[in-house]
Write a protein that binds this ligand. Structure first.
Ligand code: PMT
Length: 223
């Protein structure tokens, strides 16, 4: 019996990178390992939530207590899975590093070298998953992440407003933090203010983040 702060709450979490195929053997990706999102999924399950984890391609085991895991590859596939699941979720936490662009077309066969001639890849913009969930009639409590290499708080506040989020967890990436690393540090920003969760292991950080999300969620939507 779990009497945690998210008992019976349906939490949807997206984690990991997206891979955008160029041809049958190449893709555009990013450095996300999935560790942060998986730690958040583990912490939410430990807090009693019914967790659905939508995961990009990572080499991680599903955390204990996670009810469902849906594996996807591209941003479009992540969009489709998240939009389907979000309608039946109370909270959506977007920890994935979604590719902003994809190659305009996927070559049917492995592309060949061009004898020294330059190769241009034309890119098309991917849909914004968080913004689409925010636009749903009954949108869940929305928590975004922001990964920045500079002016972290300014960019994060802009994303909080623009994407109509309830909270954003901002991280400065680089220098052994953020992507791929075991550790991270977060600045949590909502409309009331901000709080810094200093550098520590992603699992510990995720537990602190889930405690803050649970408190805000219950304050905004008393049951
Ligand atoms: O996976 P790890 O190696 O542990 O690294 C963790 C992390 C650094 C990837 C994670 O902590 C993090 O910051 N994730 C968000 C990374 C990111 O790409 O953020 P962004 O600033 O590009 O996007 C802002 C928010 O919009 C994110 O919540 C993102 O999931 C969401 N988004 C972005 C693009 C898009 N097309 N749709 C989205 O929903």
């Amino acid at each position: 019996f779990n009497d945690g702060p998210l008992r019976g709450v349906r939490v949807l979490i997206s984690a990991g990178p997206t891979f955008e195929d160029i041809d049958p053997v190449r893709y555009l990706g990013n450095r996300s390992s999935g560790r942060m999102g998986y730690a958040v999924a583990a912490a939410a399950a430990a807090a009693g939530a019914e967790v659905c984890l939508v995961s990009g391609p990572v080499c991680l085991d599903t955390p204990a207590g996670v009810a469902r895991r849906i594996d996807v590859r591209s941003a479009q596939q992540m969009y489709d899975a998240v939009l389907t699941e979000a309608r039946a979720s109370d909270i959506y936490i977007a920890a994935a590093a979604v590719g902003d662009y994809r190659p305009k077309g996927v070559a049917e066969h492995k592309m060949k070298k061009r004898d020294g001639a330059p190769l241009t890849l034309e890119l098309a913009e991917n849909p914004d998953i968080l913004a689409a969930v925010a636009a749903l009639d009954a949108s869940p409590f929305l928590v975004g992440f922001a990964a920045e290499t500079r002016d972290v708080e300014t960019y994060a506040r802009d994303k909080l407003e623009r994407k109509k989020l309830d909270m954003i967890a901002a991280n400065q990436v680089g220098g052994g933090l953020g992507f791929e690393a075991e550790d991270n540090a977060l600045t949590l920003i909502d409309r009331q203010g901000s709080e810094t969760l200093p550098r520590c292991d992603k699992r510990e950080l995720a537990q602190a983040l889930i405690a803050r999300i649970a408190a805000q969620f219950h304050a905004q939507r008393p049951s």
